[in-house]
Ligand binder design. Structure first.
Ligand code: SAH
Ligand code: SF4
Length: 379
């Protein structure tokens, strides 16, 4: 197979088809088959002429990551280990709630940014995921959750709501990897998530979480503003330098300014700040008070994440009492603050626990990263 059709958003698919001498509107038909009907079989796409199907089959294919493992936790959280070839594995997690279903999607095999408390970061970096591997996680989740079941769904009469068949209503780019370090592929995958001919999610229901790659954050604002979560984890540069090493390159004052810029185009009128609660490290009342100062000019909400342990992490989770006191300090200052419920801990599906399988090539792929400077800063 020369081309994987899942690598294209509408624009890319239109270009590919017109280069083949086909009409641009075929792109919409193909998108609907692949992403709404969940079809991976070109020969079954019955409203395309036989000649076009043959031509497509000759030049292209539809290739998805392979599901290696499928775990369901006691609370209904579901985690898939997916093979992306070459002994690399990534994980995606589905979190069902009463009013929504959220899929946590990975963007890289491993991560180069090496945050001190993150299991993915401890594994090193291997490579960026392709668009097909990113959007394939959503494709597979819908399929595995019993929706988007190929040709059956496509047979719905016109006007019937395919969305109601979907189980995934929200996507968070909070799985393995730093999404903004794989910028182009992530933006193309986001385009597909938002496209009415593909997944049709609203910008408010798609969240990118970043440790704070400022130039890429500015580009995201221009190219594809979606809801934004920023991993803060510390109220001052000295501590953040240790916990989130990319802070040495993009310190807090610049990050706060970038957050304010982002809000000018964002679909929501606040930034979500994530803050992992590490016992005795960043969880004192003084830290909370410093945090209030730091974010005073940024409309925001806080999401406190109780640290999720993994072997040899070297950190402990703050006590429930400490987390409550910390939250109260933020709330009293008028900052809306939630504490993330730990989901799927019996299957290691919680934030920062995703391990997948990474053949660490960090040192050999220094130049392969989307942002060479980032790699340099984290060496
Ligand atoms: N690279 C991106 C997105 C993936 S991580 C980022 O860093 O934002 C998603 C969230 O989980 C981030 O806020 C991250 O800091 C947090 N996290 C990482 N390891 C964790 C752990 N062991 N326990 C709790 N949260 C963790
Ligand atoms: Fe990478 Fe995010 Fe983990 Fe940091 S927290 S190492 S940026 S995945």
């Amino acid at each position: 197979m020369t081309v994987n059709l899942l690598d294209y958003d509408r624009e890319g698919l239109t270009r590919f088809l017109t280069e083949m001498g086909e009409k641009p509107f075929r792109a919409k038909q193909l998108l609907k088959w692949m992403h709404q009907s969940g079809s991976a079989d070109i020969s079954a796409m019955s409203d395309l002429s036989k000649a076009l199907r043959d031509k497509l089959a000759k030049h292209a294919g539809i290739e998805l990551p392979r599901v290696l493992r499928d775990h369901v936790a006691a609370d209904g959280t579901r985690k898939w280990l997916l093979s992306v070839g070459d002994n690399n594995g990534i994980e995606s997690v589905f979190i069902p709630e009463a009013d929504r279903g959220t899929l946590c999607v990975s963007s890289q095999v491993g991560c180069a940014l090496a945050c001190a408390f993150c299991s993915t970061g401890k594994q090193g970096f291997n490579r960026n995921l392709t668009v097909a591997e990113i959007i394939g996680q959503l494709w597979l989740a819908n399929r595995m959750l019993g929706a988007g079941d190929g040709d059956a769904l496509h047979a719905l009469s016109p006007g019937q709501d395919r969305q109601s068949e979907r189980r995934v209503t929200n996507v968070v780019m909070m799985g393995m990897g730093e999404p903004l370090a794989n910028f182009e592929n992530v933006v193309t995958a986001l385009n597909l998530m938002l496209d009415d001919h593909a997944y049709g999610l609203s910008r408010r229901r798609v969240t990118v979480s970043t440790s704070g790659l400022i130039p890429a954050l500015d580009r995201l604002r221009e190219r594809c503003p979606v809801a934004l979560a920023v991993s803060l984890h510390a109220p001052n540069d000295a501590l953040r330098d240790e916990l989130v090493p990319i802070n040495k390159k993009y310190p807090l004052s610049e990050l706060m300014a970038a957050c304010r810029r982002y809000l000018s185009a964002a679909p929501r009128d606040f930034i979500t700040f994530e803050y992992v609660m590490l016992d005795g490290v960043n969880d004192s009342i003084a830290h909370a008070a410093e945090l209030v100062e730091l974010v005073q000019d940024v409309p925001c909400k806080f999401n406190l994440i109780p640290f999720n342990a993994f072997p040899n992490s070297g950190f402990k989770r703050s006590s429930a009492e400490t987390i409550r006191i910390f939250r109260d300090v933020l709330m009293q200052a008028g900052l809306v603050t939630t504490v993330r419920r730990t989901r799927g801990d019996d299957i290691a599906a919680a934030c920062g626990q995703l391990a997948g399988q990474v053949r660490d090539k960090t040192r050999r792929t220094m130049n392969a990263c989307a942002d060479g400077n980032v790699m340099e800063a984290t060496r």
